[in-house]
Design a protein around this ligand. Structure first.
Ligand SMILES: Cc1cc2nc3c(=O)[nH]c(=O)nc-3n(C[C@H](O)[C@H](O)[C@H](O)COP(=O)(O)O)c2cc1C
Length: 403
């Protein structure tokens, strides 16, 4: 239920604007206080009067209309709302949000929002797949804006494809899920490792791996969204640390080991998503190794196995491991789970298209100690991360299982 929650609903000018009426109506039936902001284009598709009646509040249309109260309406609205939902979100409003444009009431209020923003994109599938729209969506997701849909199917323009707005029921369910999942890990301390460690050979070279860190960063974001005080121990990546997450930068496996062990005792949830080098060079040359005529032989020494050591020492901690494999995925993953005493293992075959390193999507299975397994379809990594956090919360007895 959404009792006590204020939701700001932004309606932009797409053919799906008529569905905003149902979204507003459903949100109110769930107990939310609703305030609607419409773009000028949106008013061509649905009458403000409809949304005024359904939301039970005046509809905001004009940036410079004579205010009914002394305060600055767009700032007051942004501060009052517990979340904002743009439904439908046109390609235009997504682009404006991505670049931080504030040239009408809706874009300005969204720029002033400090709480969760949801967008339900709706547009012709060519517009949706245009690189500009995809880049804008990726940029918004990076800033923690949640996207709902779009779905695929028949489009008003007469074509078939994805770009169709998700159904009002699904949109409202996702908003409700956010508020019910929100803060279920409040009071818990979480630690996530991410990225690929780098083992120096000399001052200019290192042994590394292809891990981008995207999955680990997404898990840190999802844990933080769920209220956990989250620390992210990260090997070098080019990704922005999610808002509210405490970053700890490391380079080598040994540094990562030390950073994790230092915080281990006080941590409740540990998610090991980093790709840690199994070996490091025995000697690190102080000078750049010069090209030689003969072959170069490197001697490597084992790095500590961080996951195994945590698994052996853990008391109250909930431990999640990741297994990235290129063959025999489930067999190797199950063995890893038992050997390393982890509570939940996320297994992914990094050779599948749309899975693994550098991709914004992944195809994973969750393996549980009782032999249960959940196979997920290809999904954005942030969605996988949220599902993972949900399972963690359920197993820790902090949230009810979704049926
Ligand atoms: C009949 C019609 C339907 C439209 N449907 C959509 C749509 O579904 N999605 C979209 O992104 N733009 C759609 N547009 C284009 C937008 O209305 C246009 O880009 C407008 O500038 C959006 O303004 P706003 O984002 O401020 O509401 C449509 C335009 C017309 C005339």
């Amino acid at each position: 239920m959404l009792q006590g929650k204020t939701i700001l609903i932004g309606v932009s000018g797409g053919i799906a604007a008529y569905k905003a009426a149902e979204v507003v109506s459903r949100l109110r039936k769930c107990g939310a206080e609703t305030h609607v902001v419409m773009t000028e284009s949106a008013t061509k598709f649905i009458a403000p009067l409809t949304l005024r009646i359904l939301s039970a509040n005046p509809v905001h249309l004009e940036m410079f209309e004579e205010p009914k109260l002394w305060n600055v309406a767009h700032i007051a609205l942004a501060e009052q709302a517990d979340a904002a939902l743009v439904v439908p979100a046109t390609a235009n409003i997504l682009a404006k949000m991505a670049i931080g444009l504030a040239d009408d009431f809706l874009s300005t209020v969204l720029l002033a929002m400090r709480k969760q923003i949801f967008v339900a994109p709706a547009m012709n599938h060519a517009m949706y797949h245009h690189p500009a729209t995809q880049e804008n969506l990726a940029c918004l997701r990076k800033r923690n804006v949640r996207t709902i849909g779009p779905a695929a199917g028949f489009q008003a323009c007469g074509t078939e494809g994805d770009g169709r707005m998700s159904e009002p029921q699904e949109i409202v369910e996702q908003v409700m899920e956010y508020f019910s999942a929100a803060k279920c890990l409040k009071g818990k301390k979480a630690l996530v490792t991410a990225g690929g460690t780098q083992e120096p050979l000399d001052p200019v070279r290192y042994l590394g791996n292809r891990s981008s860190g995207i999955m680990g960063y997404a898990v840190a974001q999802a844990l933080q969204e769920a209220g956990a005080e989250t620390t992210l121990v990260s090997a070098p990546t080019s990704i922005e640390v999610p808002a509210g997450v405490r970053p700890v930068s490391v380079t080598t496996a040994l540094e990562m080991f030390e950073a994790v062990m230092e915080r281990f005792a006080e941590t409740d949830i540990i998610v090991k998503a980093a790709a840690v080098a199994d070996y490091r060079p025995v000697d690190i040359s102080g000078q750049k190794i010069k090209k030689q005529k003969s072959n170069l032989h490197l001697e490597l020494i084992s790095n500590p196995d961080i996951l195994e050591q945590i698994g052996q020492r853990k008391t109250h901690q909930f431990l999640v491991g990741f297994a990235a494999e290129t063959e025999n995925l489930l067999k190797y993953a199950q063995e890893k789970m038992n050997r390393k005493n982890v509570d939940l293992l996320v297994a992914n075959d990094v050779t599948k298209p749309g899975a693994g390193f550098g991709s914004s999507t992944n195809i994973v299975s969750f393996l549980f100690r009782d032999g249960k397994r959940i196979d997920w379809p290809k999904m954005p990594k942030i969605e996988i991360a949220r599902q993972l956090v949900h399972e963690i919360a359920v197993m820790m007895g902090l949230e009810k299982k979704e049926e």
